[in-house]
Design a binder for this molecule. Structure first.
Ligand code: BGC
Length: 423
């Protein structure tokens, strides 16, 4: 018997991104960054999972997972490797991917920007340069025109908040800036890019559903009794969890250092994509290094991130109250090379999500991060988020216990009593 049943027509999927799986993305800023030796242990993405060539094999696996959806991204630097020069061959390859998905009854959820930028964009100042907004739109226009009849669900930008933080405040991603002011500027430009892309997508296809994939962290004070820690946590929450998304609701970009009315950004979400992984505790002690923090005894992932399914329930409820838009969980997962904690992580997070659904939250899909182990940005290949293990030498994809479990869940459209009791 299915104990935790999900709504009818629920989308079960996995998520990936171009640079992390395709291999050979030589025209973007990450490729340069990696080749400058800036990734852990000097690793480079290289041929990654070689999905640029093996996508049909990947889609067969998705089918075996009994999934009816797949989230992946289009690599801008493949479509436009040089300014204004579009690569039709690359566009056709993506088109073929989408057709191959559709043939397997898998709904494509397409991300248009997932952390990487064409090198020529980076050289022009990247997202600090307001002109990037127009360049991005030209690329988006090209893609959405091409995919008009094939794609209904879009995410304009993956985790603008995480991107701006990692690249412009914490200096972990290229261009390694460390400035709150610059970070807010980038967020502001990404709001504008999203809002304009949203309109463009709808002008091209009326029934399209467009959103962003938003990284939401449950941010709580390290020491709830400390006034300073509470202030720090609430400041971080505002900048990280609220500024961007609230602008898409109200049209008002309201951050501590930068305020602006952007009326055309108002009401530019058809749904909300939530990426949830963990909770962080913020306070004076963790201000400069919020992740991972070791202040609780809860279990952690290989990355050191706390496993906190209650946080998932809380953020889903909170963002439902805030947006009142249908929610898709566009990412959720754990780095766990041995697959020891992933089964429980998966079940506990789905039960938390189910609870929110039972309480009236309109959740329409869940995408596990990730289909297979892949290039985990500044961490290289060590952090392993895959339902399938990837052998990076042979490119073999190997079933993990969690993949089998997830295929059962998708088949049953929920968690049976039997499976639930195992974890
Ligand atoms: C990103 C992914 C990344 C994952 C795990 C998300 O923030 O969208 O690209 O691999 O987290 O760190």
């Amino acid at each position: 018997m299915v104990k935790y049943e999900f709504p009818k027509n629920f989308y079960w999927g996995t998520a990936t991104s171009s640079h992390q799986i395709e291999g050979g993305n030589i025209y973007n800023d990450w490729w340069e960054f990696e080749n400058q030796g800036k990734v852990k242990d000097g690793q480079i993405s290289g041929s990654a999972c070689d999905s640029w060539n093996r996508y049909k094999e990947d889609f067969d696996l998705i089918q075996k997972l009994n999934n009816n959806a797949y989230r992946f991204s289009i690599e801008w630097s493949r479509i436009e490797p040089e300014e204004g020069k579009f690569n039709e061959e690359a566009l056709n390859r993506y088109k073929d991917m989408i057709i191959s998905l559709r043939k397997r009854n898998i709904e494509p959820f397409v991300t248009l920007h997932h952390f990487t930028n064409p090198l020529w964009i980076a050289k022009k100042g990247g997202w600090l340069n307001p002109e990037t907004i127009e360049y991005y739109l030209r690329y988006v226009e090209k893609v959405v025109n091409e995919f008009k009849d094939l794609v209904k669900y879009y995410m304009t930008i993956n985790e603008p908040n995480a991107y701006a933080f990692m690249a412009y405040l914490y200096g972990e991603f290229p261009p390694q800036e460390k400035s709150l002011k610059k970070m807010l500027k980038v967020l502001n430009h990404m709001v504008k890019a999203h809002a304009k892309a949203y309109k463009l997508i709808h002008d091209t296809r009326k029934d399209a559903e467009a959103s962003i994939a938003y990284n939401v962290l449950l941010i709580e004070p390290l020491n709830p009794k400390s006034f300073i820690d509470r202030k720090i946590a609430s400041f971080a929450d505002r900048i990280y969890n609220r500024v961007f998304i609230e602008t898409l609701i109200t049209g008002k970009f309201s951050s501590p250092l930068l305020k602006e009315n952007i009326p055309y950004a108002k009401d530019t979400l058809d749904y909300l994509g939530i990426n949830y992984y963990t909770r962080i505790l913020m306070g004076i002690k963790t201000f400069f290094n919020p992740l991972p923090n070791t202040s609780t005894d809860n279990e952690r992932s290989d990355f050191g991130w706390e496993i906190h399914p209650e946080g998932f329930y809380k953020v889903v409820k909170r963002f439902w109250e805030l947006t009142k838009k249908p929610i898709y969980i566009t990412e959720n997962g754990i780095s766990d090379a041995k697959d020891e904690r992933r089964p429980k992580y998966l079940i506990s997070h789905l039960i938390a999500l189910h609870k929110a659904i039972k309480e009236g939250v309109d959740v329409r899909g869940y995408f596990h991060w990730s289909l297979m182990d892949n290039f985990e940005w500044a961490e290289g290949f060590k952090q392993r988020f895959g339902l399938f293990e990837t052998n990076f030498d042979t490119k073999e994809r190997i079933w993990r216990k969690s993949a089998k479990l997830y295929s059962e869940i998708a088949k049953n459209n929920g968690i049976t009593e039997e499976i639930g009791s195992l974890y």
